[in-house]
Ligand binder design. Sequence first.
Ligand SMILES: *[C@@H]1O[C@H](CO)[C@@H](O)[C@H](O)[C@H]1NC(C)=O
Ligand SMILES: *[C@@H]1O[C@H](CO)[C@@H](O)[C@H](O)[C@H]1NC(C)=O
Length: 206
Amino acid sequence: MRFIYIASLFLPFVLAADFTVGVGKDENTGKKGLGFDPSSINPAVGDFIVFEFRSGSHSAVQSTFDAPCTPNGGFNSGVQTVNDSLAVDAPDLPTVRLLVNDTQPLWFFDQAGGLCNKGAVLSANPSTSQTDAAFKANAANAVVPSGTPSSSVNSATSAGTATPSGSGPASASQSGQPSGAERVGTGGAYNIAILAMVWALLMQRL
Ligand SMILES: *[C@@H]1O[C@H](CO)[C@@H](O)[C@H](O)[C@H]1NC(C)=O
Ligand SMILES: *[C@@H]1O[C@H](CO)[C@@H](O)[C@H](O)[C@H]1NC(C)=O
């Protein structure tokens, strides 16, 4: 019994999936570029959005559907600067994780990278009334607050790899895990497989 209780404590962690999103990576070419790869995701409650930063200076900042290029005071990854010499999918790129707490849509843009008007935006759990396409259209027409760079793709100016910045209101944490972008689609099956293994283990113990 105690074993089951202890094992059940770990189930939420087993079930939670990571939605890795490349920042400063073109989702169409797979190369360094503007925006987010992928630019629309559907994480579940308890999943993490893992922002993974490419060359240049980028930040993932939460905004709103109506004002895509203006910070809403929510999540802010802090500016992450990555050396231009690193390949697009180099290992150990800096990451910042954000826990998804509900099913409400979440909207983001790359403030440090600029180019919000050009489509450097991410939607998480867009709805039928607030679609990813409509968010991108809003971004194309959005006012970009002054002080926001208009372009800095692949233009790292400060030295070295990014240092973690804890400036965001959300407690962002740093981890050097490799890209899992390709794994995201299979996250569900992967979790079910792990769950099945946990159950098999439990049964053996009884
Ligand atoms: C980027 O990395 C290269 C190769 O490691 C290094 O020579 C260069 O100094 C780095 N540039 C910056 C801006 O840190
Ligand atoms: C979810 O809750 C955690 C813990 O309170 C918080 O750090 C995080 O910012 C929240 N996520 C969102 C998307 O607001």
